[in-house]
Ligand binder design. Structure first.
Ligand code: SF4
Length: 184
């Protein structure tokens, strides 16, 4: 809530969106959130060899209130799912999520009752990153894709229209219980 919600659509808002998008992409801070082996690669990405500081985001925040990017690094257990959702809810808007690795994206080889079969059952995911584990270069590539998305994030009336459109698309999607795949 705030000034963003009361902004009218039009030329001025479009210019503001461009400036805000550049600022958001250039100052993105990830939440400290590692769940399994993938988090080792995530930590390497912040080290001197891959140097995440080049993108203004070497500071992994200990508080979700200071973070706008959640990197789900590793498999999500049923026990961890509500915690993950709580951390996500505590992050301020706008925020983005990367599902890092095959486990976070789809449950991976852990097709069992203990593991959530994809982080998108718990939080909305912006970028799915394949691999087991993905290398730091792949994570940086995913982060750059999130930056592009952040630059295009809308504000005010444009954002409301975008949310309505996304919700309508989600309602039209086939429910997972009706999907046919390898297991049915
Ligand atoms: S994708 Fe591989 S490295 Fe990542 S959490 Fe799963 S098993 Fe571990």
């Amino acid at each position: 809530m705030g000034i963003q919600e009361s902004l009218p659509g039009g030329v001025i808002l479009t210019s503001l969106e461009t400036v805000a998008g550049l600022a958001r992409a250039g100052s993105m801070w990830p939440a400290t959130f590692g769940l399994a082996c993938c988090s080792i690669e995530m930590m390497s990405t912040g080290g001197p060899r891959w140097d995440l500081a080049r993108f203004g985001m070497e500071v992994f925040r200990g508080s979700p209130r200071q973070a706008d990017l959640m990197i789900v690094a590793g498999r999500v257990s049923q026990k961890m799912a509500p915690v993950m959702r709580q951390v996500y809810d505590q992050m301020p808007d706008p925020k983005w999520v990367i599902a890092m690795g095959v486990c976070a994206s789809s449950g991976g080889m852990f097709n069992n009752y203990a593991i959530v079969q994809g982080a998108d059952h718990i939080v909305p995911v912006d970028v799915y990153l394949p691999g087991c584990p993905p290398r730091p270069e792949m994570l940086i590539d995913a982060i750059l894709k999130v930056h592009e998305k952040a630059k295009a994030t809308k504000m005010g009336a444009h954002r409301q229209a975008e949310i309505t459109e996304l919700e309508e698309l989600a309602l039209q999607a086939e429910p997972t219980s009706a999907m046919k795949g390898l297991l049915r």
